[in-house]
Design a protein around this ligand. Structure first.
Ligand SMILES: [Zn+2]
Length: 289
């Protein structure tokens, strides 16, 4: 810590002293708040799980108790700056928060690629929500992957225990799909999910109210393509996710734990940023109290 103080004192003279700080600037607002039609699409089905790589990047936190440290440890709780518009599932700014944002979401995790996707996103300082399925959390290895993704800073969402279509289930079964997965996720990562996405985007009145009473924000998506045959390749999905006419302010992008989406992830993030979109920090989205 002393070093740091010295460092700042000599800041004018020593060039190499500056600290790298990934900053997410909430830009100003321009443009209009248009909204998009909903992409109703059959999501996908799931496959059986296997594990892949397992390295994590550990963050180093300087230890100490100086004033500067207190500042850097500012409380994690962020003031909500966005809400989800349940009419079209876009992200809406509150007040003068930046309108030109895109939310990244990855469903059916953690299957084969979620950890690698998280690593790519992390290296680009791009936040995203990982919506997880209970049937991908059967083994300790799978749970460990989930924990790593969470520890890398990604919010974990509930995508039900078995990915069943909720309208086909009794209320009791729907409760089991949602609440049991919340309990499982909580036991692994130490906190409850703040977001809920129904399989295939199919909610019931009961699942909506249950998810909210569990403290989760309901969320479908505004568009996604990676389940369509023509986009099941790196170039195709990278192109359509960025160049679709459905991309507009507050877009809520649905992607999956899939080979081609994994391969295209960096191109998607860079493409969105090249178009001036801020990749939204999901922690800024309001959740039910
Ligand atoms: Zn799904």
């Amino acid at each position: 810590m002393k070093k740091l103080i010295y460092c700042s004192a000599l800041l004018l003279f020593i060039a190499g002293c500056s600290q790298q700080q990934p900053s997410e600037t909430a830009g100003d607002n321009e443009g209009q708040g248009e909204v998009i039609n909903e992409a109703v699409a059959a999501e996908d089905t799931e496959s059986e799980n296997t594990q892949t790589e397992t390295d994590t990047s550990t963050e180093e936190e300087p230890a100490g108790n100086d004033e500067e440290d207190k500042e850097s440890l500012e409380e994690e709780v962020k003031e909500p700056l966005y809400t989800i518009n349940e009419a079209n599932w876009s992200v809406q700014p509150i007040g003068d928060a930046n309108e030109k944002v895109a939310l990244l979401t990855i469903d059916d995790a953690p299957d084969k690629h979620a950890l690698e996707m998280a690593e790519t996103l992390k290296s680009l300082d791009a936040p995203a929500i990982f919506f997880v399925n209970g049937h991908f959390l059967d083994t300790d290895e799978e749970k460990e992957i989930l924990k790593k993704i969470h520890e890398m800073g990604f919010p974990i969402g509930n995508h039900t225990a078995t990915h069943a279509s909720l309208p086909d289930l009794t209320e009791e079964e729907q409760r089991a799909e949602i609440v049991e997965l919340n309990e499982l996720i909580t036991s692994v990562i130490g906190e409850k999910p703040k977001f809920f996405r129904a399989p295939f985007g199919q909610n019931t009145d009961y699942s909506k109210s249950l998810a909210k009473s569990e403290g989760m924000t309901l969320m479908n998506w505004t568009y996604g393509y990676d389940w369509e045959a023509q986009y099941q390749n790196k170039e195709g999905i990278a192109d359509i996710m960025v160049n679709t006419e459905l991309l507009s302010n507050g877009a809520n992008l649905l992607m999956h734990d899939r080979t081609w989406t994994n391969e295209a992830m960096a191109d998607i993030v860079n493409g969105l940023r090249d178009k001036g979109f801020e990749i939204l920090d999901p922690e800024l989205i309001q959740t039910p109290q």
